[in-house]
Design a protein around this ligand. Sequence first.
Ligand SMILES: Nc1nc2c(c(=O)[nH]1)N[C@H]1C(S)=C(S)[C@@H](COP(=O)(O)OP(=O)(O)OC[C@H]3O[C@@H](n4cnc5c(=O)[nH]c(N)nc54)[C@H](O)[C@@H]3O)O[C@H]1N2
Ligand SMILES: Nc1nc2c(c(=O)[nH]1)N[C@H]1C(S)=C(S)[C@@H](COP(=O)(O)OP(=O)(O)OC[C@H]3O[C@@H](n4cnc5c(=O)[nH]c(N)nc54)[C@H](O)[C@@H]3O)O[C@H]1N2
Ligand code: SF4
Ligand SMILES: [Mo]
Length: 737
Amino acid sequence: MLFGRKNRKPISIPSKKVKEWKYTTCNYCSTGCSIEIGLDENKKMVTTRGNAGADVNRGKLCIKGLLEYELFDSPGRGTEPLIRDKHHHEFKETTWDNALDTTANKIKDIQTKFGKDAFAIVSSGQLLTEEFYTLGKLARGCIGTNNYDGNTTLCMASAVSGYKRTFGLDGPPGCYDDFSHTHCLIAFGSNLPEQHPVIYWRLKEALEKRKFPLIVVDPRVTMFAQFADIHLPITPGTDCVLINSMMYVIINEGLQDQEYIDANTQGYEEVKALVQDYDPKSAQHICGIDEDKIRTVARLYAKAPAAMSIWTMGINQSTHGSDGVANINNLNLITGNIGKKGGTSLSITGQCNAMGTREWSSCSGLPGYRYLENPQDRQDIADFWGIDPEFFPKHRGLAETDIFPAIETGEIKGLWIVCTNPMTSMPNTGRIRKALEKLDFLVVQDVYTDVEMNQYSHVYFPASVWSEKEGCHTNTERRVNLISKVFPSYANSKPDFWIFNQMAKRFDNGKIINFPDTPEEVFEEMKQLSKGTTKYGKQRTLDISGMSYDKIKQAKGIQWPFREGEEGIIGSPRLYTDGKFPTESGKANLIPIKFFNNNEQPCNDYPFWLNSGRVVEHFHSRTRTGKIGNCNKFSPTPYMEMNPDAASDLGVEHQSYVRLTSRRGDAVVMVQLTQRVPRNMVFIPFHYHDCVNRLTLGLLDPHSRQPAFKQCSVRIEVLDTEQQKEAAQLNVERRAF
Ligand SMILES: Nc1nc2c(c(=O)[nH]1)N[C@H]1C(S)=C(S)[C@@H](COP(=O)(O)OP(=O)(O)OC[C@H]3O[C@@H](n4cnc5c(=O)[nH]c(N)nc54)[C@H](O)[C@@H]3O)O[C@H]1N2
Ligand SMILES: Nc1nc2c(c(=O)[nH]1)N[C@H]1C(S)=C(S)[C@@H](COP(=O)(O)OP(=O)(O)OC[C@H]3O[C@@H](n4cnc5c(=O)[nH]c(N)nc54)[C@H](O)[C@@H]3O)O[C@H]1N2
Ligand code: SF4
Ligand SMILES: [Mo]
């Protein structure tokens, strides 16, 4: 017998000789997978596996999580603090004390000469929550600059703003378990199978048990769109028109949940009046979805016993980002789909700790969702930290996207970049480069020395990575989970937490405010601040006072609110289950969203839409995944998805190189012909340096200041043979990173 189990040699997986498994949480995307790291007998990390007992991932991991253990000794890790010589040319190794002293003195010098806000700080959604809280204390309480923000302005700012406008508070109200209860799901601008593979797996599992309609709204035929029952290939930037038109159908056919609207919302009449301008007959010409499909989808959604919406960057990264979020909330409120099982408005967050920075970093306010604009909040935090409330500004300062223009104009002279790489991730790289050249002082705090930002820094702080340190993350469904210190810090790198604590000692208020020595003590401090009531006398929603590191580890993650004394249950899967909202009236706001078209559009000179985003094997600017061979090998070269018909019009061949030009700059990419994109659009993953963001415009959302990364226009030029060779050579060099 040739076939059959009996005679087949079983596949054998070479044993990694794991002696011990250590508990931790993934440090890439916001799914929040619980991970175990395997150590061999020499305490060397040899593998990672999904934690089978964790509700989030139930043993699963995606390619990035599976290979995450290879991070620790990847090339380019920072080993010692670096400082440029007097002439700002060469980097030289220095001591931590000298690097910290030089930086603290430079900050003070700039602030004395040009004012407190002339020194800015930009951090990330990828630090640990305790690190965010500590940096917030340092920035708001000691350094005292108001120009302090995070890269979350490029990512989640629109969701934050939309949630606040509708519900009076930030925070996704739903959870992954909603997939098991919903009867209809719409995903706006999210490519879940690639960007949140394990959330997608949870959805797929729910769909296998009980089929319900899946609708994907995306101008590309993404992997998610291919799995959908209905794909709506929307005209870029027009989701608000589609949603208004769906609400037109729902309201005019009497499919709204009037009882829910009357009991729990305000502003219905205004929304009802506005959507009368968006009948599907007219709306179809703006949003590109035919009128019948709009009606079908609206009816499906409104008639479902429970329906939910999820969204990611296709909504947030738009000049209508905040409006898009508020409008998705409108849709869910008028159909009674908030706070019920399977009925929710769930923003799929981005970075591993995008939520932690929103909750505790003080970037846009004060810790624990407190506001600089609220005198009581200023007083409470000043009392808790033991400083004068007058030290705090009374209004929020600049967002990241306004900090760079303020460098251009000379208002900001110094910058501290922590755990983010704006040279690759901000729109219009040419402009960022110029701004950085203008700075009197730049300090970069990163795991890697070869990060692009370091080309312009005066001081470099080498940071420890992921499980070289301890602390928490909060995932998309408000679940707090623990990262354990599994390994000592690489060379002389230090945890970000340590760096902030050391810097605090160099400022006057740093001697007054308590900066605890361990992250666990910091967590206890945050617990105290999370208790109590808000300015409207309501119980705080972001309450973690019932949690502890031990309990988090035991439960493998706990969702907030989890209040002291609620030991019997494990956290809260859903918010607003009683229809009460943290607004002044206790009702949710229905907000009429009028559409205006302000995007750069394809035209004769620049005839293609330029769309950008991600692929599964890479994370952001590839500082990590670019160095892990089994991730990088799938897409080592900057490339662009292009429609074969458009390519044949221009004489462009598969796998040839082309030059793209926009009104900002140019970039050379390899062509991948695919029907995923329509004839008038190209798509470029943004993971490559000096690539798509040389081209992007990034108009800002007026509420959130988030850039419209996904909507601008370009033209395509075929390269001659000599130029093709040059481009190929350049990419061989790049491939090696
Ligand atoms: N593998 C991997 N996973 C990641 C990340 C990563 O870098 N790599 N990053 C994490 C982070 S920080 C984030 S923010 C998330 C992002 O997660 P996603 O938002 O899912 O990813 P993107 O590819 O940026 O964009 C999603 C889709 O938006 C579509 N889109 C573009 N314009 C529009 C529009 O006008 N309307 C609509 N409806 N859709 C539009 C694009 O075609 C694209 O397919 O992923 C997280 N997960
Ligand atoms: N065109 C286009 N541009 C985009 C997007 C898009 O869709 N299209 N998406 C935007 C979005 S949603 C996001 S979130 C941003 C992301 O943009 P960035 O935040 O700039 O991207 P990352 O590569 O994640 O940068 C994180 C940096 O921190 C370092 N790092 C990792 N761990 C640690 C640590 O523990 N401590 C310290 N100190 N450093 C660490 C990494 O090496 C890396 O250099 O990009 C945005 N830019
Ligand atoms: S899905 Fe996200 S959290 Fe889970 S392993 Fe992959 S990157 Fe990590
Ligand atoms: Mo993001």
